[in-house]
Design a protein around this ligand. Structure first.
Ligand code: HEM
Length: 512
C-alpha cells in the first residue's frame, strides 16, 4: 500500500475543488489491479433548463421514470444498481447504471406527444484523464415525428478537470462533474442544443470490490432463473412473490416536502427500493394458462405528515382477463377500511419464463375507492405509479433484485425540495457531501484520508456543501420537485403551487 496515490489524489482534490467543484473522493489502498463495481448510483438532471421547458407552459408536459429510476431532490434523477469495473492502478472506471426517464410534451389532440424523448441506462467511462457518459436514447423528430432509438451512444463529455482517479477504494465517488453535450447527444434534442452545450453536472457513488473474490448471489445480482429442474407447485400455488409499487411519485414527494412535512414508515417486511415499495412474501395462486393471479403480500407503508395519516397494509393483487387490481386495507387515523381496490393495472404483460412469472411496470390508474383513500385529492382515473409483479413458480426461481443504490445510500425517503428552496443536497446525498467536507478538512489538517474516511462511513452528519449542488441557480425552478403535490388527503387547506404533473396532466384534482 503506497502513500503516493493518496498524495496525488489529495492534490487533485484540492485543485479541483478550487477550479471546478468536481471531486473524486480518494482513498489510500491501491493494491488490486482490477475491481468490480457492484452497486451504486448516479445523480444527474440531464439538463435542468430542458426539464423546465418540458414541464413549463410551452411544452405543458412532464416526465416519467422507468426501471427503478427515482428523483433525488433538486432536479436530479437517480439511476441505480451500478455494475462495471474500476482499476485503481490505472485510474479507469466503467460503471453502468439502471433506470431511465422519459420526457413528453406538446401533446396532440390524439393524446400522443410531439416531444417524446427517453434517456436511460447511463454508463460512465473514465480513462486516461477523460470521461464520457453513454446512454440509451430515443427521441421523436420535431418534423415528421420519426422515432430514433440508439443504444449506449456517447451523449456527454465529462470534464474531469484533472481529478486523479487512481488509488480509490470503495465507495468511489465523484461530485458535480461538469458535462457537455456531444454531437450525437445533440441529435436527440431536435436541434435546440448544439454540441458543446452545457448539461447538468454528474455525480456518482459506486461500491467497488476485489474482482478476484467471487461474490455469492448478491442483492445487486440480476434475477437469475437457474436451469434446475423446476418443480411446479400443486394447484397453481407458488413459492414466493412480490409486488413493487411506489403509490405515486408526486405523492411521496408531497409527503416529505414542505407541505406534507412528513415521512413514511415501512413495516411488516415491506422494503424501500428508492422509487418504489416492495411488498414481499406473496402467497396465493397463479394459473399461467388462464393468466390469473390471486396473491396476498406482506408489508405495510404508513404515510404521516401535516394533516396526513394514511396506512396501506395487506396488499393483494388480482389478475384476470388481462386486467389487474391492487387492493389494500386503508387506515386513516383510527378508521380501517378492509380490502379497498386502489388501482387497476394493465396485466396483459404477465408472463412466465424459467419458473418466474413477471409483469414489469404496468401502467396503473386510481379506482374510485383509491380516490377516496386519498381523500378525493386525486380523481378516479389518475395515473399512479406503475405496478410490477414477480411470482416465483418453483423453489429455484429468484425474484428480481431491488435497485441497489450503493453502500452510502440512506434507505429512507428522499427529501424533495420545493421550487423555492435552494437546491441543498438531499438527505441521501449527505454521505457524499459529508465525505467531500471531510476531504477538505483532511487536506487542511494534514491527517490521513484513511482515518477520516472511516469516520465518514459512520453516521452521516450534515455537512457544509463545499461544491454547489447542481441547479442551485435562481433561474432554475427545480421542476423535478414536488411542485405538483396534491393537497393533504386529510386537509382542507392546500397550497396551490400545482403545475401540470410530470405524469402529463394526469388529473390531480383541483384543490379543496
Ligand atoms: C410541436 C413541436 C414543438 C414546438 C412547437 C416546440 C416549441 C419550442 C419553443 C417555443 C421553445 C422555446 C422555449 C423557451 O424559450 O422557453 C422550445 C425549446 C426547446 N425545445 Fe421544443 N418544440 C417542439 C418540439 C420539440 C421536440 C420534438 C424536441 C425534442 C426533444 C424539443 C426540444 C426543445 C428543446 C431542447 C428546447 C430548449 C429548452 C431550453 O433548454 O430552454 N422541442 N421548443
Amino acid at each position: 500500500m503506497s502513500a503516493s496515490p493518496v498524495r496525488a489524489s489529495a492534490v487533485a482534490v484540492l485543485a479541483t475543488l478550487a477550479a471546478l467543484g468536481a471531486v473524486l473522493l480518494p482513498a489510500p489502498a491501491a493494491q488490486a489491479a482490477g475491481r468490480t463495481v457492484e452497486g451504486g448510483r448516479l445523480d444527474w438532471g440531464i439538463k435542468s433548463s430542458f426539464q423546465s421547458y418540458v414541464t413549463g407552459p410551452v411544452a405543458k408536459g412532464g416526465f416519467k421514470l422507468k426501471n427503478g429510476a427515482a428523483t433525488a431532490g433538486g432536479s436530479l434523477f437517480r439511476f441505480h444498481s451500478a455494475s462495471g469495473s474500476y482499476d485503481p492502478d490505472g485510474g479507469s472506471l466503467e460503471a453502468s447504471f439502471s433506470g431511465g426517464v422519459t420526457f413528453q410534451g406538446h401533446q396532440k389532440a390524439d393524446g400522443t406527444y410531439e416531444l417524446d424523448m427517453s434517456v436511460s441506462r447511463p454508463t460512465v467511462k473514465i480513462g486516461g484523464g477523460s470521461g464520457t457518459l453513454y446512454v440509451d436514447v430515443s427521441s421523436k423528430a420535431k418534423e415528421g415525428g420519426a422515432v430514433t432509438t440508439a443504444s449506449q451512444v456517447p451523449f456527454a463529455k465529462l470534464n474531469l478537470g484533472g481529478v486523479n482517479m487512481k488509488g480509490g477504494t470503495s465507495p468511489v465517488a465523484l461530485a458535480n462533474v461538469p458535462a457537455t453535450l456531444t454531437d450525437q447527444g445533440a441529435k436527440a434534442f431536435a436541434g435546440y442544443y448544439a454540441a458543446g452545450a452545457q448539461l447538468d453536472p454528474v455525480s456518482l457513488s459506486v461500491d467497488v470490490k476485489a474482482a478476484a473474490v467471487e461474490q455469492p448471489a448478491s442483492p445487486a445480482a440480476s434475477p437469475s432463473t437457474p436451469a434446475g429442474s423446476p418443480s411446479p407447485q400443486a394447484a397453481g400455488q407458488f413459492t414466493d412473490a412480490a409486488v413493487d409499487w411506489g403509490v405515486r411519485r408526486t405523492f411521496r414527494e408531497y409527503v416529505t416536502g414542505s407541505i406534507g412535512q412528513g415521512a413514511w414508515k415501512l413495516a411488516d417486511g415491506a422494503q424501500d427500493g428508492g422509487a418504489l415499495f416492495r411488498f414481499p412474501q406473496g402467497k396465493g395462486a397463479y394459473d399461467g394458462a388462464k393468466g390469473t393471479l390471486d396473491a396476498a403480500f406482506a408489508g405495510s407503508v404508513h404515510f404521516t405528515g401535516a394533516h396526513l395519516d394514511l396506512k396501506l397494509a395487506k396488499i393483494t393483487a388480482k389478475v384476470e382477463n388481462g386486467k389487474g387490481v391492487l387492493s389494500a386495507d386503508v387506515t386513516t387515523g383510527t378508521d380501517t377500511k378492509p380490502a379497498v381496490p386502489l388501482v387497476e393495472f394493465d396485466a396483459k404483460g404477465l408472463t412466465a419464463e424459467g419458473g418466474l412469472a413477471t409483469l414489469a411496470e404496468a401502467p396503473a390508474t386510481l379506482t374510485e375507492g383509491g380516490a377516496q383513500a386519498f381523500n378525493s385529492m386525486y380523481k378516479a382515473g389518475t395515473e399512479m405509479d406503475p405496478v410490477s409483479l414477480a411470482v416465483a413458480l418453483d423453489g429455484t426461481a429468484k425474484l428480481p433484485a431491488l435497485p441497489n443504490l450503493g453502500s452510502t445510500a440512506t434507505p429512507s425517503a428522499p427529501s424533495p425540495p420545493t421550487a423555492a428552496q435552494p437546491a441543498a443536497p438531499s438527505s441521501s446525498n449527505t454521505g457524499l457531501y459529508a465525505a467531500l467536507a471531510i476531504a477538505v478538512l483532511v487536506l487542511a489538517g494534514g491527517a490521513t484520508f484513511l482515518t477520516l474516511r472511516n469516520r465518514k462511513n459512520q453516521a452521516p452528519h450534515t455537512a457544509p456543501t463545499p461544491t454547489p449542488a447542481p441547479n442551485a441557480s435562481a433561474e432554475t425552478p427545480a421542476p423535478a420537485a414536488g411542485a405538483e403535490a396534491p393537497a393533504a388527503p386529510a386537509a382542507g387547506t392546500a397550497d396551490s403551487s400545482d403545475s401540470p404533473g410530470p405524469s402529463g396532466g394526469d388529473g390531480a384534482a383541483p384543490r379543496g
